[in-house]
Design a protein around this ligand. Structure first.
Ligand code: G4P
Length: 530
């Protein structure tokens, strides 16, 4: 089923999405089952070690050393039935919210995983809000139904109340905890029974013709059956029925109940993504909306990962193809520099392996190895000067100054910092007075990760120290006014890695003063990366 019947079949079968969840709700387990049913891994357990959210601080650093793992987990492609799924990984730790935000600019939908006993948690809410800003369609998976969980109506109510979105049950759980039998598939009138004996086996599926079908009684004990009928009756009265349009517009989320660890409910969820979509969507650029079926190839960089191989200073830029049919070896225009770029060794990420991408279609994510030309927000096209929008950079909330403990390594440190800034791992500001650098991040853990990466990847031990500044704002406005402002406020002025002027301060008062004294100038907490 497609809401865009005009799409070429290769594009129409693509589903590009991310999974969002609060740590521990089951994102890793669900990802693993997706890959298992997508034929991308042979055995459950292969992804387990990659559960970012569960990593401790030291685990995280080790992971950062082992670039291969975290990179291959950034975007995974696999086939399921007639569909091609592109699952883009969102970083689990809340300190990396900016990265998460950018990741969500590359997908067309998100799966929200919640723990049936815990409901909507803090991180679920934050990530949900980001999805809402982009009107992303959201499918919900209520996990861990094999454990004691909340009452089904209560869970649905909580989502509706907390996230202000309509919830339409796609399936309905029968029993819970030890008595959890499986689900009634409301959208297809099927009974799905869980196989407790084998966690990787798919459950038994029984076609039912409505709730009065005598087959139900053969599989569900009388007491539970009565309760199921009652609840479904109530659900029909109290809850909205699934409406695909409302889902695609981001106003309604269908909810499936299951148990990822028991592989239960996972295929139904995958079928849901396949059947209801969405297929690759129109991507916004400053010039126009770019439709996936346009024949010319376009794409944008939403993530850069540097130093995947410490022996070569190469990086991989992750590109979401917005339109067209890409073939290996194509020459594309790198819009920011105006230079052509031959894309000769693009990679696709198939679970744990990277593979050369011979071709890719709108909706796909390809990795392009490069030496630093490609930055977050960059557009690649067949000649058109497009600037994709909606990939913001946020003002950091924590600022520290950084020094190499060996003063001889100052120059190298600058290079390292610039690389991390381009990768989007941190903001780096060069104050107009003095010689050091100010590094800005969103969460404190990022300082530790940076210090460790600078030492491991560049061999430069560094120290982060408190800085006199707490806020950074991009200075936007007419060039001459900005220059006047900069000259009169030298002690506050710095440049970021793009050379854009940034106002640093400790006091809101300073910001108010500048805005008052220099009409036409804005001090902005975000900047579009393009
Ligand atoms: P995350 O990536 O969202 O952080 O969650 P993850 O999949 O790592 O799952 C968190 C914990 O919840 C894991 O247990 C996992 O086994 C368990 N879990 C996931 N799905 C289900 C489910 O359907 N039912 C039940 N009962 N548990 C589930 P752990 O003890 O932290 O790890 P492990 O010892 O199982 O590896």
């Amino acid at each position: 089923m497609s809401n865009r019947p005009d799409l070429p079949p290769e594009i129409a079968r693509r589903r590009t999405f991310a999974i969002i969840s609060h740590p521990d709700a089951g994102k890793t387990t669900l990802t693993e089952k997706f890959l298992l049913f997508g034929g991308a891994i042979q055995m459950a357990g292969q992804v387990r070690a990659k559960g970012e959210a569960r990593r401790t601080r030291s685990d995280f650093m080790k992971l950062e050393q082992d670039r291969g793992i975290s990179v291959s987990a950034s975007a995974m492609s696999f086939d399921f039935r007639q569909y091609r799924f592109n699952l883009v990984d969102t970083p689990g730790h809340s300190d990396f919210s900016e990265d998460t935000y950018r990741t969500l600019t590359a997908v067309d939908a998100a799966i929200m995983v919640i723990d049936g006993a815990k409901g909507v948690e803090s991180q679920t809410r934050k990530l949900f809000e980001v999805c809402r800003l982009r009107d992303l369609p959201i499918l919900t998976f209520c996990n861990k139904m094999d454990r004691e969980s909340r009452d089904t109506f209560e869970i649905i109510d909580e989502i509706q109340e907390n996230l202000a979105i309509d919830v339409a049950p796609a399936s309905w759980p029968i029993g819970m905890g030890r008595d959890f039998l499986g689900c009634y598939d409301i959208l297809h009138d099927r009974l799905e029974l869980m196989d407790r004996a084998d966690r990787n086996r798919v459950a038994e599926s029984i076609k039912i013709s409505g709730l009065d079908d005598p087959k139900l009684a053969e599989h569900v004990p009388a007491e539970q059956l009565e309760k199921l009928r009652e609840e479904l009756e109530m659900a029909r009265e109290l809850l909205p029925a699934f409406d695909r349009q409302s889902f695609l517009e981001g106003h309604m989320t269908p909810i499936w109940f299951g148990s990822a660890i028991n592989s239960f409910g996972v295929k139904e969820l995958m079928d849901g993504i396949g059947e209801y979509g969405p297929e690759p969507q129109i991507q916004k650029s400053a010039e126009r909306g770019v439709a996936p079926e346009e024949t010319k190839v376009t794409g944008f960089v939403f993530k850069v990962q540097a130093n995947m191989d410490p022996k070569h200073r190469d990086r991989v830029a992750f590109v979401r193809l917005a339109s067209g049919h890409f073939e290996r070896g194509m020459k594309l225009l790198h819009v920011r520099s105006g230079k052509p770029m031959a894309v000769s060794n693009p990679v696709l990420f198939l679970a744990a392996d990277r593979e050369l991408a011979e071709e890719a279609w709108a909706g796909d994510i390809i990795g392009i190895p490069n030496h630093g030309q490609l930055r977050i927000g960059d557009a690649l096209t067949e000649g058109e000067k497009l600037r994709f929008t909606g990939i913001p950079s946020f003002a950091p909330e924590l600022l520290q100054s950084v020094r190499a403990t060996d003063p001889m390594k100052g120059k190298h440190l600058e290079k390292a910092l610039m690389q991390f800034a381009e990768e989007g791992a941190a903001k780096v500001f060069k104050p107009s007075i003095g010689s050091g650098f100010i590094v800005g991040v969103v969460g404190a853990l990022q300082f530790d990760v940076l210090a460790s990466r600078i030492e491991i990847e560049y061999g430069i031990p560094v120290r982060f120290e408190p800085s006199q500044f707490t806020s950074a704002r991009w200075v936007l406005g007419p060039k001459d006014t900005v220059e006047k402002l900069a000259n009169a406020n030298k002690q506050h002025i710095s440049t970021d890695h793009d050379g854009d002027i940034v106002f640093l301060t400790r006091l809101q008062w300073d910001i108010d003063r500048v805005v008052r004294d220099y009409p036409g100038v804005t001090l902005s907490a975000t900047k579009e990366m393009m």
